[in-house]
Design a protein around this ligand. Structure first.
Ligand code: NIG
Ligand code: FE
Length: 411
């Protein structure tokens, strides 16, 4: 039995509380213990409390002195596109000259250009790239990511991406939750309805037979999949036992939030254009919004989702990076916290809750990760600051001191 004691955290941000995603004023309750400590046995938290009390029960545990730093659960990033080839530097430069996401996609950039590179890449190559990005996440203090397929758009290439994720899980300490996003775009060689048929009748059966994904996602947007097509895909996925997430109302308000409510999805993601009716629908159906301010920022837009209204409507809000080569090339949750506070008027405490415990519940893992309490996995980060608010305040400055996954120091 291996045991570890962490002592003298200036703030031990436990996020202990209700055994469900947090809403309203609960989003501000971080359960902070000053001069806190933890006792860890076999990768799980056994005791959490005042350093003095932990010290009395230390036994033969190895001691880590947090040295008056802030200690928090590892970030849970509930929306990433982790596996892809190439980059989108040309799109980036065009956007800097004022072209929009949609214009660039029409001119040969966008998702399609990443699809072509990803199709041409071998599993070995994709694995090497994803391993590098997994390291980036860990260095930013993220210990779990959700990862979507979606840059293959053929049966073979979507399965290739999902298998790379499965392989990656064996090779890195970052925890990975796979999502099937076959409906990320319509491939050039098929009509929308032909491709929809491939997604439903060919891809989904393979994905479920090989247990390659826990969730199914769809890009519901003008020029991608409309409401009816999205409903068909999500219904088919639900029938075969996948939980649902969706890219909705990102560029236009097409009623995507309402669709996710109708489908009893786990999350509705993006929501930059969602209005009060969409927010009310999500609230009624208990769907968690996943807000992605990194993509708004990187696309050079100023239309952030209406986080305050969502919180007031009682939604269990989640923040994520949307890590991808096109619209959000960042693995940094601290950057997302900064954007949430400065652009969406969330408080630093609300942003922390949204990126840890609430994100964990959105991945059906609230019983294992996202807060620091006995029985949970010892996935935590020591940050080189004393106060959790510094994470959102000093932006663009990595403050990770060390990162632990299941009790092992890996950064
Ligand atoms: O979440 N909106 C669709 N998918 C991604 C963008 C992917 C890409 O541009 O490659 C997003 O923003
Ligand atoms: Fe996305």
């Amino acid at each position: 039995m291996s045991s570890l004691a962490v002592l003298h955290a200036a703030q031990l941000v436990t996020l202990t509380g209700a055994k469900r995603a947090r809403i309203g004023p609960e989003l501000s309750e971080l359960g902070i213990i000053s001069d806190g400590g933890m006792l860890i046995r076999d990768g799980k938290l056994e005791r959490v409390g005042l350093s003095d009390e932990i010290e009395k029960n230390i036994g033969d545990a190895e001691v880590v002195d947090a040295g008056g730093r802030a200690v928090m659960p590892g970030f849970v990033d509930a929306h990433t596109h982790l596996v892809f080839a190439g980059n989108r530097l040309d799109d980036f430069e065009r956007r800097s000259r004022g072209e929009t996401y949609e214009q660039i996609a029409k001119a040969g950039g966008g998702i399609w250009s990443t699809v072509q590179k990803t199709r041409a890449a071998s599993e070995v190559d994709l694995l090497a790239r994803a391993t590098k990005y997994a390291t980036w996440f860990l260095r930013c203090g993220t210990t779990t990511v959700e990862a979507k397929s979606g840059y293959g758009l053929t049966v073979e290439d979507e399965l290739k991406i999902l298998r790379v994720m499965r392989q990656l899980k064996q090779e890195v300490r970052l925890e990975i939750v796979p999502t099937f996003l076959g409906a990320h775009a319509v491939p050039r060689e098929l009509s929308p309805d032909e491709y929809l048929d491939v997604v439903v009748t060919e891809m989904l059966p393979h994905v479920t037979a090989e247990k390659l994904a826990e969730f199914c996602d769809v890009f519901c947007e003008r020029g991608y999949f409309d409401i009816d097509q999205s409903r068909k895909i999500l219904s088919a996925a639900k029938k075969v036992g996948l939980s649902l997430r969706g890219h909705v109302d990102q560029l236009t308000n097409s009623g995507g939030a309402k669709l996710m409510a109708e489908m009893s999805a786990t999350t509705a993601d993006h929501l930059e254009q969602t209005d009060e009716q969409g927010i009310a629908a999500l609230s009624k159906a208990n769907v968690q919004p996943v807000l992605l301010p990194g993509s708004v920022y990187a696309l050079g837009s100023s239309r952030y989702p209406r986080a305050r209204e969502m919180i007031e409507a009682g939604l269990a809000i989640v923040l994520a990076t949307d890590f991808n080569p096109g619209s959000s090339p960042t693995p940094s949750m601290p950057m997302v916290l900064s954007l949430a506070c400065t652009q969406m008027k969330m408080s630093p405490a609300e942003a922390i809750t949204a990126s840890t415990v609430n994100a964990a519940y959105s991945l059906n893992r609230g019983d294992k990760i996202g807060c620091l309490e006995p029985g949970k996995l010892a996935n935590f980060v020591i940050f080189d600051c004393e106060d959790y608010r510094e994470l959102a305040y000093w932006f663009g400055m990595p403050q990770t001191h060390s990162v632990y996954v299941r009790g092992d120091c890996i950064v």
